[in-house]
Design a protein around this ligand. Sequence first.
Ligand SMILES: Nc1ncnc2c1ncn2[C@@H]1O[C@H](COP(=O)(O)OP(=O)(O)OP(=O)(O)O)[C@@H](O)[C@H]1O
Length: 297
Amino acid sequence: MDISIQNLNKIYKNKHQALKNVSLDINSGMFGLLGPNGAGKSTLMKILVTLLEPSSGTIKVNGADLEKNRKQVRAMMGYLPQDFRFFAKLKTYEFLDYAASLAGINSRKERRDEVERLLEDVGLFEVRNRFAGKLSGGMKRRLGIAQAIVGDPKIVIVDEPTTGLDPEERIRFRNILADLSQKDVIIILSTHIVGDISSTCNQMALLNEGQIQFTGSPDEFIRLSEGKVWKTQVAFDDMEDIKQKYPVITTIPGANGYEVELISPSANGFQGENIMPNLEHAYVYFMEYESNKFNRP
Ligand SMILES: Nc1ncnc2c1ncn2[C@@H]1O[C@H](COP(=O)(O)OP(=O)(O)OP(=O)(O)O)[C@@H](O)[C@H]1O
């Protein structure tokens, strides 16, 4: 499976340009689209699922033009929108049964098998008779992913699925997607939460202000910040000054001051030792020191 996006632009009616010349190649596996609020992630997801038309640019799915083959490509897709709504008065299994019929599974027996498989896969079998409206936030989100993967779609698009979930539910959700990515499918996960982009994403992109500013593997992204992450000791009285000058990631209070992890291109102005960056360090480094280069003339 592959999706090729070329020079995609989206200008809304109010003249706001939400996507600027976006080009991306996405292959089978899990693709993490990371970006702050307002970056244009939902706009891109909606264009991919054909809910929104781009102003210009092309998208090809396995070589076939998305615009010209809307119906066929749409039939290959599952989508969990950011504002996923369901019928609160349907029981969990009834809702999935309904989703299965919408996905074109006409035989009742096949639908029952599919719904049971989905309920098991997302850990909702025990609550299958509970009204969807009475599920917990995490369970609702899992119901959302279940309806997105009904009928084994080849492309699964999930838009900000973990917002508001506790860490345990976030991990659970991520594991469901990781299991799914073992098959020959493309999973596109859009998120503003760095922790959602795990090593299970074989590819990622950073979208900021409508532009793709990085694309590669999470490891390649992390490598950009090597040598830029520091651990240092800061006296209590100097802390405010350090926070003004550098993005501070963690502070641990000690007897004589704070042990601090901060991001800086060099250890200018403080004594520190370089530490191995992680994805969160890399994201902060990128947003603070690299991303503004894209808008310079
Ligand atoms: N229908 C619309 N008309 C005009 N502007 C819009 C419309 N929809 C979105 N925008 C604007 O386009 C930009 C990108 O929005 P989008 O929802 O795609 O971002 P996002 O990365 O998904 O952010 P969030 O996580 O906050 O939803 C934002 O500045 C938003 O205000």
